[in-house]
Design a binder for this molecule. Structure first.
Ligand code: NAD
Length: 281
């Protein structure tokens, strides 16, 4: 059994990103620019934003941090995003979610043009993914594909099962695996016979948000198991997969923490550079 080391893989990717960002700067005489918008004071969001800004510094990407108060108006938030959309120094725009309850997140995100949508959440980018066209793909599922690729996991003709159908993880994950020639099944909260579906998977991706949900009886001997879940139990992080039992059956498995998690920011930075490269073409 091999433990997929997301921390090391993300560090390798970040080293490659520094080279890509520097090459962009040398060629176009400006830095790749990523704008990060944080509205309100949610502590988890503050940590995420701080890490993303640090990631930018580390990769040689210029970050534009914008902090708006929790009581900002809908118009105020949209105005900021529109001004970033019009700014040539900004190649990517990220609005940290969740937003305070009085704001309409969809309308704010709609102010981000698809070409600057580094999270890949826009209808245009999801449509491009569904059509298997070039575009920006959501960072977490993209990170999973990168782990599979770098660990030499064949996807062509393999049975992949994704548990979860959210717009930010499960759905784009299923499309990516389909585009990579896997035979894909998507399971969700209304799936009947979930354990049997999972037990057929050569590649099993869990993105549910329920600690230790995937148990050994749901996993085929030798399967590749990817745990996207991040759950906090008694102050400790744990995934959606019962690692202790499942790791005895899997051929490759991601731990939590240190698996998929570190890949997400690396993919965000990669998306920012790709947006800048596409804009400059
Ligand atoms: P979500 O709540 O939006 O979606 C969860 C999905 O799981 C839903 O589609 C639902 O149908 C499915 N589900 C729920 N209960 C189920 C059940 N009993 N049986 C089968 N399916 C069930 O969550 P999300 O945003 O997709 O995130 C999923 C997990 O991934 C969470 O733990 C989240 O914290 C984590 N996550 C991690 C990263 C990362 O960087 N590693 C990024 C995003 C999300």
């Amino acid at each position: 059994m091999t433990i997929i080391d997301g921390k090391k893989t993300a560090a390798d990717i970040r080293a490659e990103l520094r080279v890509r960002a520097a090459a962009f700067e040398e060629r176009y005489h400006k830095k790749v620019g990523l704008a990060v918008v944080l509205i309100g004071e949610d502590p988890a969001s503050q940590v995420y934003v701080r890490n993303k800004i640090r990631g930018c510094e580390d990769a040689g990407i210029r970050s534009f941090a914008h902090y708006l108060p929790a009581d900002v108006t809908q118009e105020g938030a949209e105005e900021l995003v529109r001004s970033l959309a019009a700014d040539d120094a900004v190649h990517g725009i990220l609005v940290q979610l969740p937003l305070p309850g009085h704001l309409d997140a969809e309308r704010i995100l709609a102010c981000i043009p698809a070409a600057k949508d580094v999270d890949g959440f826009s209808a245009e980018n999801i449509g491009r993914l569904a059509l298997h066209e070039e575009g920006t793909v959501a960072c977490t599922p993209l990170g999973v594909m990168e782990l599979l690729r770098r660990y030499g996991v064949e996807t062509r003709g393999k049975r992949a099962v994704v548990i979860g159908r959210s717009n930010i993880v499960g759905r784009p994950m299923a499309l990516l695996l389909l585009n990579a020639d896997a035979t894909v099944t998507v399971c969700h909260s209304r799936t009947v016979g979930l354990a049997e579906e999972c037990a057929r998977a050569d590649i099993l991706v869990a993105a549910i948000g329920k600690p230790d949900f995937v148990t050994a009886d749901m996993v085929k001997e030798g399967a590749v198991v990817i745990d996207v879940g991040i759950n906090r139990v008694d102050g400790k992080l744990t995934g959606d997969v019962d690692y202790a039992s499942v790791s005895k059956k899997a051929s490759l498995i991601t731990p939590v923490p240190g698996g998929v998690g570190p890949m997400t920011i690396a993919m965000l930075l990669s998306n920012a550079i790709s947006c800048a490269e596409r804009a400059a073409r």
